[in-house]
Design a protein around this ligand. Structure first.
Ligand SMILES: Nc1ncnc2c1ncn2[C@@H]1O[C@H](COP(=O)(O)OP(=O)(O)OP(=O)(O)O)[C@@H](O)[C@H]1O
Length: 269
């Protein structure tokens, strides 16, 4: 399939971009089971990575490893050159899960303010976004819904609150584990566009796990493909599509080519 020749499956990095996260031969074990086996990758600062792979290949485990939720059995993981624990304490990264996990008795605004409030109560000096919590809600398209309780918001709106909350401490790295997986297609499309806008506006590095090949191609500058049993890095595919992405991009031949290419690799992971 000659068209695929234009696709660049490579781990080579041109020049020397700054590194947001670095995994060197990192393995994760659960008892005798190896979930991730000697994974090495440098995540370029400012880039948008999507992570694809068959069920159980270790996508969530990789994010949990990077975010210091679980330890490496061997190898090294660093965030902006720091050990993951140090980066976590310094709020260098934030996590957005599939479930927005908002406090139901707090309004949208109060949920966004929560990390700052916790920091104040504990006497920790946290980095603070140059946008106020109200401005962050506006950034995610929730202007006017600041006082709504989570029960008064749709699933997509709740996820947007979770994203605003994740941005409140100005993270340099945003870890997203299927944040739109439970949403309907139209809401997901809308949030995909909004997320790209946020990414451009904030310059945050994103690691985004998804099960959807179109979502991975649409959002990603790079798609990281993992393979299973054990979880290993299979390939990194550069997505050379225009930076200003619109939903119509999905109807183009280039987009279809990338999707078909990734589907083919996925079948053999
Ligand atoms: N706490 C745990 N204890 C034991 N095994 C675990 C634990 N967490 C994950 N695993 C195993 O590690 C492997 C990777 O799990 P992980 O959730 O990272 O996969 P995934 O690629 O995110 O899967 P999915 O696409 O289905 O969400 C799986 O085989 C899973 O059963």
């Amino acid at each position: 399939m000659s068209a695929v020749l234009e696709i660049n499956p490579t781990q080579e990095v041109a020049g020397a971009p700054a590194i947001a996260a670095s995994l060197k031969e990192a393995s994760v074990k659960f008892g005798a089971f190896t979930a991730i086996d000697r994974l090495s990758i440098d995540i370029e600062e400012g880039a948008f990575y999507t992570i694809l792979g068959p069920s159980g290949c270790g996508k969530s485990t990789m994010l949990r490893l990077v975010s210091d939720l679980i330890p490496a059995a061997s190898g090294e993981v660093s965030i902006f050159g720091k050990p993951t624990e140090e980066a976590r304490i310094a709020r260098e990264f934030a996590f957005v899960f599939q479930d927005a996990a908002l406090l139901p008795w707090r309004t949208a605004l109060q949920n966004v303010e929560l990390p700052l409030e916790i920091g104040r109560k504990r006497g920790i000096k946290l980095p603070v976004s140059d946008k106020t919590p109200t401005e962050l809600l506006e950034l995610v398209g929730l202007k006017g819904r600041e006082n709504a309780l989570p029960s008064e918001l749709s699933g997509g709106m709740r996820q947007r609150v979770a994203i605003a909350r994740a941005l409140v401490c100005q993270p340099k790295l945003l870890l997203m584990d299927e944040p739109f997986g439970a949403l309907d297609e139209m809401t997901r499309d809308h949030l995909n566009l909004q997320l790209l806008k946020i990414w451009k506006e904030t310059g945050v590095t994103v690691l985004f796990v998804t099960h959807s090949i179109p979502e991975a191609v649409f959002l990603g500058q790079k798609v990281m493909m993992l393979q299973a049993h054990p979880g290993r890095l299979r390939e990194i595919v550069d997505i050379d599509l225009p930076e200003d992405r619109t939903i119509e991009l999905r109807d183009t031949q280039e987009f279809t080519k990338y999707s078909a290419y990734l589907r083919k690799i996925l079948e053999t992971c």
